[in-house]
Design a binder for this molecule. Structure first.
Ligand SMILES: Nc1ncnc2c1ncn2[C@@H]1O[C@H](COP(=O)(O)OP(=O)(O)O)[C@@H](O)[C@H]1O
Ligand SMILES: Nc1ccn([C@@H]2O[C@H](COP(=O)(O)OP(=O)(O)O)[C@@H](O)[C@H]2O)c(=O)n1
Length: 232
């Protein structure tokens, strides 16, 4: 069957990557977590002193250094889950910390950062057969994607999911801190000038507040089958 592009966008921590990863594995497509790329650039800024003490970004320095930032993905041979590499180093764990979460949205609002990453994302999707999740995949990266999904859930439910995830990894963050971060990122992501987070007109809306992981996986598989059939 002809391969298609699947774009999954939505609010933070609602389960986009969980469903995108599962579907890609099942149908033999490439999975790309575009958020990991913005997180990797943010980690680079943190490690290279590109944040001022007031939290603002040294934009000119970052602009100069963008070409030095190489991001790639490799499958973990044990878990078959993708791991993110920044300039050859595995940063998968470090990019998921609260420190990165609380700095990423202002970095992702910079036009030159988006331009560089969107170009790489489009290159990755040239052959189709890709599932990509993020904020602007259906609106800016792949506006012609054959299947677009926009996921949402209540902020409290999303924060609770992220809280449990971090707790299981042994990371110390309070529910209130996570809820604040989730709401703050949604606010910045929706209000930025370049490619703000919004549902594409032709995206299918999924509120998964009360769906289990297994139920949403099944729902997505059905959407894929319909879209793949329609594009045949
Ligand atoms: N339907 C669901 N019900 C409960 N927990 C979920 C559901 N979908 C995902 N999760 C969990 O919520 C957390 C956030 O999911 P993730 O896929 O990382 O979200 P996103 O990619 O949207 O930020 C993960 O720990 C994941 O296991
Ligand atoms: N396509 C994308 C993906 C992420 N992002 C930014 O990167 C941040 C982290 O994305 P993510 O998908 O890892 O976030 P979580 O929802 O997984 O916490 C988001 O809050 C956005 O600011 C973006 O601007 N565009």
């Amino acid at each position: 069957m002809k391969k298609i592009i699947i774009a999954i966008d939505g609010f933070s921590s609602c389960g986009k990557s969980t469903m995108a990863k599962d579907l890609a594995k099942e149908i033999g497509y490439i999975y790309i977590d575009s958020g990991a790329m913005y997180r990797a650039v943010t980690l680079y800024c943190l490690e290279n002193g590109l944040f001022n003490t007031d939290g603002s970004i040294q934009e000119e320095a970052l602009r100069q250094q963008m070409r030095q930032i190489q991001i790639s993905f490799q499958l973990n041979p044990e878990t078959q889950r993708p791991m993110t590499f920044l300039n050859g180093k595995n940063v998968e764990e470090r990019i998921r910390t609260m420190e990165v979460s609380s700095h990423v949205s202002p970095v992702a609002a910079l036009d030159f950062v988006r331009k560089a990453l969107v170009q790489q994302q489009q290159e990755m999707g040239k052959e189709k057969g890709i599932v990509m999740d993020g904020r602007d995949i259906g609106t800016a990266v792949f506006p012609n994607a054959e299947l677009k999904i926009f996921v949402t859930a209540s902020a409290e439910i999303r924060a609770q999911r992220r809280y449990e995830e971090l707790k299981a990894k042994g990371q110390d963050a309070s529910f209130e801190e996570i809820l604040h971060n989730v709401e703050e990122r949604d606010r910045i992501d929706q209000n930025r000038a370049v490619s703000p987070l919004r549902k594409a007109d032709d995206a299918i809306l999924l509120d998964n507040s009360h769906l289990t992981i297994a139920e949403q996986k099944q729902w997505l598989k059905e959407q894929f089958e319909k879209a793949a059939h329609a594009s045949h």
